[in-house]
Design a protein around this ligand. Sequence first.
Ligand SMILES: *Cc1c(COP(=O)(O)O)cnc(C)c1O
Length: 358
Amino acid sequence: MKIFFTPGPSQLYPTVKKHLADALKTDLLSMSHRSNEFFDMYAGLEQSLRDVLHIPKTHSIFFVNSATEAMDITIRNCVEKKSLHIVNGAFGRRFFQSAQEVRKQAEIFETDLQAIVPLSEIKIPKKSELICLTETDTSVGMSIPLEEIYDLKKRNPGKLIAVDTVASMPYVDLDYSLLDSVFFSVQKGFGLPAGLAVMIVSPDALEKAKYLQQKGYDVGTHHGFIPMKTFADKRQTLETPNVLALYVLGKVAKDMQKVGIKKLRRATLEKAKKLYCLIERSDAFSPVISQKKYQSSTVVVAKFKKDVAEELRQWQEKTGLIIGKGYGEKKDTQIRIANFFAHQVSDVEKLVNMLCRV
Ligand SMILES: *Cc1c(COP(=O)(O)O)cnc(C)c1O
């Protein structure tokens, strides 16, 4: 079987197949989402997520269908007029576009990837209500150091902060008390099938949603913060959810907790070092992000120093180690390598060996 180092969908976490099979042995998939069995499953899932990610009780957890949907929901529920978007790549740009599409006055700051400036040097307009960040932008492999994000919140306590963590969760260890809307879909770092996303929302963001709803703004229909909160408090979702995906997420979160989240994070960092070490020494590749403190540990992106596309294709076919192409127009000149919990050290070593020969 192939091993997928593609940055989403990606390699499944090793226990996913067993949990999928186990789910079929239960009655859960035929039972009502208003049954006690569902409530118990939901409660277990929520607790497992809180345990493994250290999500405080103050923050609500909502389940939606994709990270792109979470962007839309975040904008509608946190912005009356103005949002600010710090854009490092394609996903930050998508967030910005969502704000434009719902007719907010969206402002954009585009990072120069060759000379990245810290967030502290970006001028934040007084009237921005929400600052939108992509903690790791999967298109370019750039991560914003968490201290910069926390510092931004501390300097702007009255503004809400939204963080897209699709490419780094559950590797990234967040202080949620300084964040208002954190979201991720599960087909990347969690190693699950696509079609489910998680939102972690602060009391301030809920307050804002309530205010906007009362003022008659369109905060969405079933997936507004307030209706989602009402149902989440009852260990339910408003609609009939993807029960299978919720079940598997709860189980995988528990598995990760059992192995030890710290251990998994440490291993990921070690694997990242191997990958960057290779890329920095290679004749064929160089890192797209050259400033070390902004290099992502979970999505390593490299550009070609010479045209090795065909050679790479052949190696992948031969070894079954599948890496991601560059994003969008970079598809033939860059590679992207996912380094998630599902990727075993031994497989990363095999991949490094393969890339060494290119
Ligand atoms: C993949 C990705 C998304 C989009 O996720 P969907 O679940 O497909 O909506 C958003 N942000 C980042 C950083 C991503 O990597």
